[in-house]
Ligand binder design. Structure first.
Ligand code: SF4
Length: 285
């Protein structure tokens, strides 16, 4: 059986940068205790490695309730946070290590700029995703978030309002295009700012091709990783024999019987060591 590994499988630049930054922390030089706000990467193995270094995860409420001195340094993940978190950290004298991906910062800035220019912001993304919440907050908390077709068809605003469309960096290209076209047909003044990350676009374009060219596709990712789920969704639409796994131990030899070709891809939060493990396990099945 021929195994093809996607050329874009695994950490994107933003996640790699965040992981390396945290891995390189010089503990003796920074204020302790050190916490990361949420999961640095949506991957349990990566989180476990970080915890081994003595960096613990903290949720938003615990951060908000923390008293002075209970948090020394706060790590902000690649998904970014809203302006309120920086202000609270300053008030509580908490140092920050900011690993927000520069491409997410760009969307946050666009939200601020277009709000100031008097636009109403439409943000395409998953309502509960950290990145979407951060962009929403930088946009003054006034954007309409479009997560699905129901949200899109319920969206209603006066025709004289200027609309700027932004999207979560890992959104589906097809959905963003559809929302843009729908709103441009319905309203007069719509600016569609393409804020999908290039890393996402390349992965989504490639997955369609490898799903077509192979008998089966294995997508490696964490169930709570938005971009891994997106890859699974896109691949399944092209090739129903698409299987989502988290790690090598999830593989089942029966899936591969009679197959001549299988493609393997992985979401942007999947580390190289898990991908290598999956490939080696498939070869040995
Ligand atoms: S997918 Fe793109 S925007 Fe998101 S963290 Fe990775 S490089 Fe940054």
């Amino acid at each position: 059986m021929k195994i093809t590994l996607s050329q874009f499988a695994g950490f994107c630049d933003g996640v790699r940068r965040a992981f390396e930054r945290v891995s390189d922390i010089k503990f003796e030089k920074i204020k302790k205790p050190i916490y990361v706000l949420g999961s640095l990467v949506h991957n349990q193995d990566v989180v476990a490695r970080i915890e081994e270094k003595g960096i613990r995860k903290i949720d938003m409420q615990t951060f908000l309730d923390a008293k002075d001195g209970e948090i020394g340094t706060l790590i902000i993940t690649a998904h970014g946070v809203g302006p309120k978190i920086y202000a609270i950290a300053k008030e509580k004298n908490i140092d920050i290590i900011d690993t927000t991906c520069p491409r997410v910062i760009k969307v946050q800035r666009l939200a601020q700029v277009y709000l100031k220019r008097g636009y109403f912001i439409v943000l395409i993304g998953d309502k509960d995703h950290k990145e979407v919440k951060s962009i929403f907050e930088w946009g003054g908390g006034k954007a309409a978030i479009i997560s699905n077709h129901v949200d899109l068809h319920n969206f209603d605003i006066k025709d004289d309002v200027k609309i700027a469309i932004l999207s979560q960096t890992t959104q589906s290209k097809d959905f963003v295009k559809e929302v843009g076209e729908y709103l441009q047909n319905k309203y007069t003044n719509v600016e569609n700012l393409d804020t999908i990350c290039l890393a996402t676009e390349e992965r989504q374009d490639e997955i369609k091709k490898i799903a077509r060219d192979n008998n089966a596709v294995i997508v490696i990712g964490s169930p709570d990783s938005a971009n891994s789920n997106r890859l699974f969704e896109i691949s399944s639409n092209v090739n129903p024999k698409t299987i989502f796994i988290e790690r090598a131990g999830d593989l089942d030899s029966s899936w591969f019987s009679g197959l001549e070709t299988v493609a393997v891809t992985a979401g942007a939060s999947t580390p190289d060591w898990i991908i290598a493990d999956v490939i080696s396990r498939i070869k040995n099945l």
